[in-house]
Design a protein around this ligand. Structure first.
Ligand code: BG6
Length: 484
């Protein structure tokens, strides 16, 4: 028994940077339960050997010290290339024949990975359907669809409709690589594998939650794409809302795909959609200076490279607890963190008791790159007088477990091969996420409120965003994690 992964858009960046290195690591670590063949499909004309050679080079680069030429050779024997054009039905028929040929008579499961430009998704799905490649007999047929899944609610619905004409929902794996990150999965363990956090994980103890995904890099060579997307489509609709769902969801009744996804979707359903008039006050946008001189960006572009949103979740657990989401390019440093900000103590027993929230208890989940968790609390400074200072209990993955963290794609590819969709988005989940983002995108396009503030690269976004938070009696927890 064996399986086959067919990658559409095989000559693209994602394949060489992420997919092949992740599959190689799974092979090297002995994690693949069955042999897996990899078939690349794209318009470039490579022979099998030419593609293998180019992948050997890129994998050596991205897998770094774990690259072992001998292991690679065994792995590479299972790599094939089939040139083809997504618009040509004949190329799908020949792909189908090629797959039958290399799989031989034994039944093989197949995963089709859409890693092409998103505008080709629908066509690729239709062609797979027409060529009979989606039909499950003895063996599974699954499809992995990369983000972005649509550009708004209407296009996401249309894409779901097209997908469901060919594949049933149980065959569909919509990927958001943030869910493959160790620290994001650990959030479920932190919350539901321990007994001390859940009782205080609610409005009675928590003042607000901050979710920040800051990147030091600017839009670089992706400026053309980015200018049509902006930060809400690129980061908020997917990665940030996924982090929010995992932070806010109720405990699923079982650790299985639908039970988990039911709870996640309930969170999105409980989010109050922003009305046009709220968008001006509850959202914030910025653009880094120099963005409009990037190649591929209109000089007058109003695309936001920074966003902050205040969302409310209307349920018993979270009523009145704002969730602040913030993301930006060209910021101080690369950091993804979730800050659970607890209330200040109700009674100020000590003269030095925390007066503001910044001094109150805080749980900081460092998603990346200094993966870990810190709990901040007040401690008496040893001295004859009563003075307090904030100190912390700190858990750090490197210190505790050593070794490199596995790449998100390793876990996700393995799950898709094994048929576990827990860490993939369901159709209703992506639509619910767009339902939250659509009014923001529309309002930003139609109005000049909120103002598009400019910021200098290398800081925490526009200064005005700090003031926006201060005006709400809160402060951003701006912290570049210490690596090493
Ligand atoms: C991608 C976005 O989905 O995520 C990029 O399109 C962004 O703009 C990237 O840089 C961030 O991923 P990570 O894993 O580096 O945090």
């Amino acid at each position: 028994m064996s399986d086959t992964i067919v990658i559409f858009g095989a000559s693209g960046d994602l394949t060489s940077r992420k997919l092949i290195p992740a599959l190689y690591q799974l092979h090297r670590k002995g994690r693949l339960k069955k042999p897996v063949r990899i078939v690349g499909f794209s318009r470039s004309k490579f022979s099998h050997d030419e593609w293998r050679t180019s992948l050997a080079e890129s994998t050596a680069e991205f897998a770094g010290e774990h690259f072992d030429a001998e292991r690679w050779e065994t792995f590479a024997q299972q790599i094939y290339y089939h040139p083809g054009d997504i618009s040509q039905a004949d190329d799908f028929s020949s792909l189908s024949r090629f797959l039958d040929e290399i799989e031989g008579s034994e039944p093989s499961g197949r995963v089709y990975y859409l890693s092409t430009a998103p505008r080709f998704y629908e066509q690729a799905i239709e062609q797979l359907g027409r060529a009979g490649l989606a039909e499950e007999g003895e063996s599974f047929r699954r499809i992995i669809i990369e983000k972005p899944f649509g550009t708004d609610l209407a296009s996401a619905k249309e894409l779901n409709r097209c997908v469901h004409q060919v594949f049933s929902e149980h065959q569909v794996y919509r990927i958001d690589h943030y869910l493959g990150k160790e620290t994001v999965q650990n959030l479920l363990v932190l919350r539901f594998g321990n007994s001390i956090f859940e009782p205080i994980w609610n409005r009675n103890y928590i003042d607000h939650v901050q979710i920040t995904v800051a990147e030091a890099v600017d839009v670089g060579s992706r400026a053309g794409y980015y200018d049509t997307a902006g930060v809400v489509r690129d980061m908020v609709q997917n990665h940030l809302l996924q982090l929010l769902m995992v932070t806010a969801m109720e405990s699923p009744v079982r650790y299985e795909a639908d039970a988990i996804r039911n709870e996640k979707v309930k969170v999105l359903d409980a989010i109050q959609s922003l009305q046009l008039e709220d968008v001006g006050s509850d959202t914030f946008r910025g653009q880094y200076r120099g963005y409009t001189s990037s190649d591929g960006v209109e000089p007058t572009s109003h695309t936001a490279t920074f966003a902050a949103l205040k969302l409310g979740i209307d349920n018993w657990r979270w009523q009145g607890v704002p969730f602040y989401l913030r993301s930006g390019k060209a910021m101080s440093c690369r950091t993804t963190q979730i800050v659970i900000q607890f209330h200040a103590p109700p009674h100020k027993l000590f003269a030095d008791s925390p007066r503001d929230l910044g001094e109150a208890n805080r749980l900081v989940i460092q998603v990346q790159p200094a993966e870990g968790i810190q709990l901040h609390f007040q401690t008496k400074v040893p001295d004859a007088e009563m003075r307090m200072r904030q100190t912390d209990l700190s858990f750090n993955y490197q210190r505790e477990f050593r070794g490199a963290m596995p790449e998100a794609y390793e876990r996700l590819l393995l799950d898709a091969l094994e048929g576990d969709a827990s860490l993939f988005a369901r159709a209703d989940e992506v639509e619910a996420a767009w339902r939250i983002c659509d009014p923001i995108l529309q309002a930003w396009q139609q109005n000049d409120r909120p103002t598009l503030y400019m910021y200098d690269p290398g800081f925490w976004g526009p200064d005005e965003c700090r003031e926006w938070m201060l005006a709400q009696g809160r402060e951003w927890f701006d912290n570049c994690p210490v690596l090493g």
